[in-house]
Design a protein around this ligand. Structure first.
Ligand code: NAP
Ligand code: GLV
Length: 321
């Protein structure tokens, strides 16, 4: 029997790719940069499965370009805001993602950003490279205490809760907000459930862990940023679109908030002429939340398992929705 044809939109770790190649006739995009949308439209024609990453736009047009034999879309990520889930549902195409296996790595990175922002690590490193380190100084590069500070977590799901665990080790007071969060759920995770306004007003650090969707786009807008303390640090490892980046720039420039530490931006990559890059109180890394060897292996393996189950017409081990 011939193997099912699939398209893999990027070279993923062997832990997943080898499984895909064994079970499927795989057309694998070989370039380091993603294909254009138009090329993608051509490459998916006639496939039964698509293994995507978050840089690909997987919309109704693309699903129709693939054809009615398309049986599965398997995303190697937990977030799936690049996929039109409603369109997939209408066409009866299950969508897989990779929840859980990247929770700890992403929470680690978010806490790294919190510490880096609080203690001005990137500024300090640049200070040396720029030849400014002449002596020990009593009042230079002073940051903020993390231990005992108040942390606000917006989006208290898998990653939000894992982030809270790390914060507990620093004796932080933890406030949390999610639409369906109960006081009991929050308490069990060492946090206090509060409304968004209280969280923003009282926190020294605010960390975002929501998905990006129509309700969360620009959740952190001008008005909400204005509620934050002028010394507070905003950490975002969710999606760039959850923050109104123009409003963020203004808030940072005008001293309405203390700083930002970002793993995600809008757009990605962040253009080199972005005004955010000119601000000393901004730490930015290039969307590396899940970027550990072990985590990416697990994500690739899970994405492969979803893809293979889908082309075989079996339930996906991890389906969205
Ligand atoms: P999750 O377990 O589904 O948690 C998401 C949380 O967000 C839920 O608690 C949800 O609350 C909450 N939420 C939804 N809408 C909200 C709103 N309007 N306001 C406040 N909270 C809201 O997802 P996860 O596995 O933790 O992942 C979260 C997101 O992180 C992903 O969707 C992805 O975009 C991002 N991520 C980024 C990286 C990276 O590399 N930087 C890596 C992994 C994930 P309810 O249950 O009450 O709706
Ligand atoms: C990464 O950003 C993910 O959503 O897995």
């Amino acid at each position: 029997m011939s193997k099912p044809k699939v398209f893999v939109s990027r070279i993923i770790p062997d832990a997943g790719l080898d499984r895909v190649k064994e079970a499927c006739a795989a057309d694998i995009w070989q370039e380091r940069l993603p294909s254009s949308y138009d090329v993608l439209l051509e490459r998916v024609q006639g496939v039964e499965g698509i293994l995507s990453v978050l840089t690909e736009r997987i919309d109704a047009k693309l699903m129709d370009a693939a054809g009615p034999q398309l049986k599965v879309i398997s995303q190697m990520a937990v977030g799936y805001d690049n996929i039109d889930i409603a369109a997939a549902k209408e066409r009866g195409i299950p969508v897989g993602n990779t929840p859980g296996v990247l929770t700890e790595a992403t929470a680690d990175l978010a806490f790294t950003l919190l510490l880096a922002g609080a203690r001005r690590i990137v500024e300090g490193s640049n200070y040396i490279r720029e030849g400014k380190w002449e002596t020990w100084e009593p009042k230079t590069l002073l940051g903020a205490d993390v231990t005992g500070a108040t942390l606000g977590i917006i989006g208290f799901g898998r990653i939000g809760k894992a982030f809270a665990k790390r914060a507990a080790g620093f004796d932080m007071r933890i406030l949390a907000y999610s639409p369906s969060l109960t006081a009991e759920d929050a308490k069990q995770a060492g946090a206090k459930a509060v409304d968004m306004e209280t969280l923003l007003r009282e926190s020294d650090f605010v960390s975002i862990h929501t998905p990006l969707n129509a309700k969360t786009r620009h959740l952190m807008n001008k008005e909400r940023l204005a509620l934050m303390k002028p010394t507070a640090l905003l950490i975002n490892t969710a999606r760039g679109g959850v923050v109104d980046q123009k409003a963020l720039y203004e808030a940072l420039k005008n001293g309405e908030i203390g700083g930002a530490a970002l793993d995600v931006t809008d757009p990605e990559p962040l253009p080199l002429d972005s005004p955010l890059l000119g601000l000393p109180n901004v730490t930015i890394v290039p969307h590396i939340g899940s970027a550990t060897i072990q985590t990416r292996d697990r994500m690739a393996s899970m994405a492969a398992a979803n893809l293979i189950a889908g082309v075989r017409g079996e339930p996906l081990p991890n389906a969205v929705g």
